[in-house]
Design a protein around this ligand. Structure first.
Ligand code: FEO
Length: 395
């Protein structure tokens, strides 16, 4: 069933309550999600984006209940990724000649994935527009690398709706559709998790694109992303949040994450937390064992932090694989302007700290000199190493 967004603009997407992971297993989906598709019924009928392929039959059947598919004049594909384009082949079986508006890069991604170069593609670039009647126009804005080279946003004049695709989205199932009806804690938590885990590597481009969009002086009443709640109540707040998040974001927080074999590194993590709290009582300190923590939630904690401490015992002249995997992810997300400290226990050769130091430096963190490196099981005296580390992280 279509749901009204504003005037003749309707949501025709899929609320995906059962979704548990995204991008393979790289993103944990804990509160459902949605793939938002929009139908505009002015003099021209326009469909913006589709939904993920497992829902393609349901999507097309529901769409048929709302509109004669043959009356669709234009399809806008803001992005070629499968969660938004997956139902396109099914839809094109029904209406093979309908023009598909997309960026040059989306032409490449759509043809590359679906192998239909004969579809009626119309390539658009920033500033191009499409008249849809009743005095309204769609204006296209390329969103290159936000988060794919093919990404684009579409702005509907007069109704002042920005269909932003992935930008400003959340993996959060909101049957009520709108930001003001969503649970506020979850909404903002999921918006931040989405930014930290998907958009953070492109923060410089996000900042530039926001400036570019704001310079256009387009009135924006609604931001309608391709996942989660539609921002009709507080579109300005999410734009403001993105402007902050894109600028080497940090809070007065320190995140400690580690893995341990026989609890020695665990004891070091806990002592470090106590010392940080002593050195700076206002700083929010959290400790995570990476083997027991959702890694996307952990990345969100890192995103919010001004500093981190990472710990692993030395094993086989290296670090634990759980930590190696997490540090790979940390590097991939390109955090900026954050300090790091390293800690770990050892029995013989003790390369762990050196490796942690290298990996965190490579990931762009400013690694502080003091560290905790303790042979075998820590004594109370050994644990005093935490004092200097805490000082270096909090000063
Ligand atoms: Fe929601 Fe990049 O796809």
């Amino acid at each position: 069933m279509k749901k009204q967004v504003k005037n003749n603009v309707y949501w025709v997407g899929k609320i995906d309550w059962e979704l548990e992971e995204f991008h393979g297993s790289d993103y944990s989906v804990t509160v459902g999600s949605s793939q938002n598709s929009y139908l505009i019924q002015e003099e021209k009928t326009v469909l913006i984006d589709t939904v993920w392929s497992p829902h393609k039959d349901e999507f097309v059947e529901h769409l048929k209940e709302e509109v004669d598919l043959n009356s669709i004049d234009y399809i806008i594909m803001n992005h070629g990724e499968v969660d938004h384009s997956g139902s396109l082949p099914r839809l094109m079986e029904e209406i093979p000649d309908v023009p598909i508006y997309c960026t040059k890069n989306a032409l490449d991604s759509l043809v590359g994935q679906y192998h239909h170069p004969e579809w009626n593609f119309k390539v658009v670039k920033t500033g191009d527009s499409l008249d849809i009647g009743n005095g309204k126009k769609l204006v296209f804005v390329e969103m290159r690398m936000l988060h794919w080279p093919d990404s684009m946003a579409t702005y509907l004049t007069s109704d002042n709706i920005l269909f932003s695709n992935d930008a400003f989205g959340q993996h959060y199932a909101v049957e009520e559709l709108f930001d003001d009806l969503a649970e506020q804690g979850l909404l903002w938590e999921q918006a931040m998790k989405y930014y930290a885990n998907i958009l953070n590597p492109f923060s410089k481009l996000v900042a530039k694109k926001l400036e570019e969009i704001l310079a256009l002086n387009l009135p924006i009443d609604i931001i309608a992303p391709s996942h989660g709640a539609i921002w009709r109540d507080r579109p300005g707040d999410i734009v403001e949040a993105y402007a902050k998040w894109a600028n080497a974001y940090q809070e007065d927080r320190i995140t400690i994450f580690y893995d341990s074999m026989w609890e020695a590194t665990t004891a070091m993590a806990h002592e470090l937390a106590r010392e940080i709290s002593k050195a700076s009582p206002s700083t929010k300190v959290k400790v995570f064992n990476v083997a027991q923590t959702d890694r996307n939630d952990l990345m969100t904690e890192v995103f919010r932090s001004k500093a981190v401490a990472v710990g692993s015992p030395t094993v086989g002249r290296d670090i634990l694989t759980s930590m190696a995997g997490i540090l790979h992810f940390v590097k991939e997300l390109h955090f900026e302007n954050k300090k790091a400290a390293v800690f770990g226990s050892y029995g013989w050769s003790g390369e762990g700290n050196k490796i942690l130091r290298e990996k965190m430096t490579e990931a762009g963190f400013q690694v502080v000199e003091p560290e905790m490196k303790i042979k075998w099981k820590p004594t109370a005296e050994d644990l005093k190493q935490a004092v200097e580390v805490a000082k270096a992280l909090t000063e």
